[in-house]
Design a protein. Structure first.
Length: 301
């Protein structure tokens, strides 16, 4: 379980874009970036660095290639974070960057003490909290299926994908470059773990989806797309997740499709008042959160 940090996950150091560079630039940069990343992957395979440290290195390699003398942002004093000394790693940083990094020692300190160009602060926090074992993240080198992500999330974990193949030379799924894809995962991880109440509510929501999964008609392509988004790509307050799911169920089917969803699970009346004028957040939010708590995989969390 993570501690509550002072910086909210919605605050960003700079503008974040899905497509950070053009596709022609991706093809040009892929070779030298991959060559450097593989040297760090060897360190990971030989247990010289952790999964979190490999992911941190992956980010810094990309940033140092794209913005050689400009990727290191404002400094802020922070408590040192234990980890591998960045000076022992095979980075190729610009001399000005090396001078600015003289004040920090661990790789994690770079993420805790500096803002990074084109990088939301939630990415920095996810890397640091993962290093502290506060965020239970799973490093993957492939893109998991939505149902696999659901299984991870109901167990209190979240995936982080670092791509190491030819896909780094093009947009992944037509939307993001490899760095943006990784940052997207880390942002979701931060949204998943950042606030204790939101985290516990999400565990219940994903447990509920898993328990009732066979009810949903995924042969309907538009509904399936929205359902998979809620299931695997929308880490948020559990009540908001329920509202989005209800809206999709009624929009693509009808009110009865929602009403018949989980009568055997004895939901409170508040569930059926969602998205109506009769819903009273101050009272009904807690009723729904209490109901969702029974679906957590580990009821002791």
């Amino acid at each position: 379980m993570t501690e509550i940090l002072t910086t909210r996950s919605t605050i960003r150091a700079g503008r974040f874009k899905k497509k950070l560079v053009s596709e022609s630039e991706l093809k040009t940069e892929a070779g030298p970036i991959m060559e450097e990343i593989f040297s760090f992957h060897e360190l990971l395979v030989n247990s010289k660095i952790t999964d979190a440290e490999f992911t941190a290195s992956y980010i810094l390699i990309y940033l140092s290639h794209r913005f050689p003398n400009q990727w290191l942002g404002a400094f802020k004093k922070s408590e040192p974070v234990r980890g591998v000394d960045w000076r022992t790693l095979p980075f190729h940083f610009h001399p000005n960057i090396l001078r600015r990094l003289e004040s920090v020692q661990s790789l994690q300190d770079i993420f805790s003490s500096f803002s990074l160009k084109s990088t939301p602060l939630s990415v920095n926090r996810a890397v640091v909290e993962w290093s502290k074992d506060h965020y239970q993240l799973v490093l993957m080198f492939r893109i998991p299926k939505p149902h696999e992500v659901l299984g991870q999330q109901k167990a209190g974990r979240r995936c982080v994908t670092c791509l190491l193949d030819q896909r780094i030379s093009s947009y992944i799924l037509g939307e993001r470059d490899a760095l943006s894809f990784l940052m997207h995962d880390l942002i979701h991880a931060d949204h998943f773990f950042f606030e204790n109440e939101c985290f516990l509510g999400q565990l219940g929501f994903y447990g509920l989806l898993s328990k009732t999964f066979d009810y949903f008609n995924l042969d309907h392509p538009q509904f399936a797309q929205e359902f998979e988004y809620v299931m695997a790509d929308m880490n948020a307050y559990a009540i908001h997740l329920l509202k989005c799911l209800k809206s999709a169920m009624i929009h693509y089917f009808d009110e009865s499709y929602f009403d018949n969803w989980c009568p055997g699970l004895k939901p409170p009346k508040a569930l059926f008042h969602l998205n109506t004028k009769d819903y009273e957040p101050a009272l009904m939010d807690q009723e729904l959160l209490t109901w969702l708590s029974q679906f957590r995989e580990d009821s002791g969390i």
